[in-house]
Design a protein around this ligand. Structure first.
Ligand SMILES: [Fe+2]
Ligand SMILES: [Fe+2]
Length: 288
């Protein structure tokens, strides 16, 4: 898949809780940020466990796994810094919510099969792939003309999610979808179950985090700000339906293949800024 491991540097000295044009969009993304920090280290452990199960003709996927792990290691580390800033800006319960998600994932590791966990992981990963085109082709209404560390973090992360969108899908396919029956039963129905469960499970956490933050924010706001927030929520919901929920429907089709998704415009050009000698790069370092 020709993936690159990048080591970005973000300057949060001008960090603001509202970093986009739309307050509801910032609230929603700030809430969603509690997801990658526990999920992505769990994904790393999952692929380390699954790698020995890959068929012998999948050496290429083992190589991609190393890069996937290195990319996700950067993602969750960077999100932890971002999440700390958000929690410290007046939302301490986010830390508990993140810990609750981590506890759920630990429970899955103890009680669920490798097949179940890979289907869940693929569901999570395909959500990131949908976000690639949202951030690079459809986000003007929310962030057009803006540039700050929060936007750079999300765009870098979602661009790399797009870049490695196939890894978990190929794992599931290689291990559980061999032969005609498995290709249909696991490759379609079980994959959909994993996707639907991941959406339901993760959406539960982000929706709770949005509700919590929004309730605190509304208490602090003036009447005019509350009116603005109500208008922003309306516009954001419309945006979300058009840019995320509608494209997500493609993931439910039997012939869905993340590798065939068209590359969002400008995605790799943007990523180059985080590569060695790029203006937003921290230089080349070893991952722990
Ligand atoms: Fe990630
Ligand atoms: Fe990922």
């Amino acid at each position: 898949m020709n993936m690159i491991v990048r080591f970005p540097k973000f300057d949060y000295s001008d960090f603001k809780f509202y970093w986009s044009h739309n307050m509801a969009f910032s609230q929603e993304r700030n809430a969603t940020a509690i997801i990658p920090s526990p999920v992505e280290p769990w994904l790393i452990r999952l692929l380390q466990e699954a790698a020995p199960e890959l068929p012998e003709d999948h050496a290429w996927l083992k190589e991609d796994t190393q890069k996937f792990i290195a990319q996700e290691s950067q993602h969750f580390r960077q999100h932890r810094i971002f999440n700390k800033l958000i929690a410290e800006s007046g939302f301490p319960r986010l830390v508990e919510m993140e810990a609750e998600l981590a506890a759920d994932l630990e429970r899955f590791s103890r009680t669920k099969s490798l097949k179940w966990r890979l289907a869940y992981a693929d569901g999570f990963e395909t959500l990131g792939a949908v976000s690639g085109s949202l951030w690079f082709e459809k986000s003007d209404e929310m962030i057009g003309g803006l540039d700050n560390a929060a936007i750079r973090l999300w765009k870098w992360h979602m661009a790399e999610e797009f870049e490695h969108r196939e890894v978990c899908f190929q794992y599931f396919r290689a291990i559980y979808c061999r032969g005609f029956v498995n290709r249909i039963v696991n490759g379609y129905f079980y994959r959909l179950y994993g996707l639907a469960f991941a959406i339901w499970h993760l959406r539960g956490f982000s929706a709770r985090a949005v509700k919590y933050m929004r309730a605190l924010e509304v208490e602090r706001m003036s009447a005019a700000e509350r009116r603005q927030l109500a208008a922003d929520i309306k516009a954001f919901n419309k945006f979300q339906r058009r840019t995320f929920l509608k494209p997500l429907l493609a993931n439910f089709l039997p012939w869905y293949d993340p590798g065939k998704k068209p590359i969002p415009k400008g995605l790799f050009e943007y990523l180059r800024k985080f590569e060695k000698d790029g203006e937003w790069s921290a230089g080349q370092k070893l991952t722990a």
